[in-house]
Design a protein around this ligand. Sequence first.
Ligand code: B12
Ligand code: SF4
Ligand code: SF4
Length: 387
Amino acid sequence: MADAAYVARLAGLTEPFGITHTGVAPADVLGHARDALRHRIDHGLVDGMQFTFKNPERSTDPQRAVLGARSVFVAARPYLLAEPASPNDASPNDASPNDASPNDARPNDGPLGRVAKYAWADHYAPLREGLWAVAHQLRRDGWKAVAFADDNSIVDREVAHLAGIGWYGKNANLLVQGAGSFFVLGCVVTTAPLPVAAEPVADGCGSCRRCLDGCPTGAIIEPGVIDAARCLAWVLQKPGIVPRHLLSAIGDRVYGCDDCQDVCPPAVRLGVRHAGSALAGLAQTPRSHVSVLALLDADDQEVLAHWGRWYLADRDPRWIRRNALLVLGNIGDGGDGDVQRVMADYLCHHDPLLRAHAVWAARRLGLHHLMPATDPHPDVAAELAAR
Ligand code: B12
Ligand code: SF4
Ligand code: SF4
């Protein structure tokens, strides 16, 4: 029978996968999220993102995910690990699986690009395993059930909110009650009529506004509303040339951005309590930094083998190389021989997009002598002409 005790048994199935918080939401249309998606589209805040924005009618209707759905089992898995004592890297030669320490510093790797915390390891893999453990149990018990996590089919934060797992922070993240926002979210949409026990959690931000003030680009244009064109998490994922006015704000970030959570008192204070669960079921060593020189030296196969689990549009390594060039321009040492060698390589790279970003980086590093006088591609020529 699909009662509270049954839901508790389902929740128990998720624990070995590091899932610490679960709840049940109704399988109704996600009206609030649908309005928010349309609002973002109508107000030009989407900047080419597809994901849940591609088809809001679909991504906000659990019936479109599972016909006859009657409830949504929601799960949250922590990903905050202790900050490394000193940065480490994830160079292609580095293979130490199942060593769960992010603290092994590696000297001589040159400038290090910072990785957002959710991407230090693949936290979605154990989350999905836990969700599928629930889905398979539901199927064995005669119900239809499908697991989703970070999928275009459903808006994860909204079902988590409706399941009483947490509140929407002003930084748009879902803050798990008593545990903060460093959580990945997912759900199982099912025809089982699981009881929706909890009320949505009330706002916990109060008068705080640290995330709005702490965002390096002013991307949180009002509480809970992100302008994707300014959000560095999207800027570093989006294909194409990075707008010049954002290049220095990227700093040492090679993938993702944590600033609006790093300044969030409940996220930081409460999140570390779940570091043990964050390690559960990880298949690889968490890595907080990347050697940008190693990344720029790696061939396509190596890039995809080591960083391919990140979102790279069309699984194209050029986007992550582009980011690495920007990090090099922002924090590299123009006097370093290895930096000069890599810059020289990329200034004559066959890909004009990478040449254009290399020109920007070379200028930042004072390596004018390596820059060509002209370039046949208009984007590179424009960058060469820029001051
Ligand atoms: C598209 C997307 C992005 C985009 C756009 C983010 C965004 N805010 O929409 C980009 C690439 C920028 C991004 C960045 C990040 N993302 Co993302 N992303 C998604 C994705 C695929 C869809 C999100 C979506 O539908 N947004 C639609 C808009 C309308 O929703 P929203 O901005 O969240 O708006 C809600 C709230 O703001 C609230 N709201 C509306 N008005 C108001 C007003 C007030 C006052 C308040 C308080 C709230 C509020 O209601 C809205 C509707 O639910 C989901 C996965 C999924 N399938 O859901 C992951 C997801 C949201 N991302 C996630 C993560 C981890 C991140 C990053 C932290 C990664 C990083 N470190 O770089 C950043 C955080 C940036 C931020 N501050 O939001 C997690 C969030 C976990 C959590 N605890 O919230 C998700 C759920 C993935 C997952 N399954 O775990 N992401
Ligand atoms: S992820 Fe970074 S850029 Fe995006 S809203 Fe948060 S602090 Fe701003
Ligand atoms: S920083 Fe403050 S306002 Fe922003 S999400 Fe955290 S508690 Fe809420």
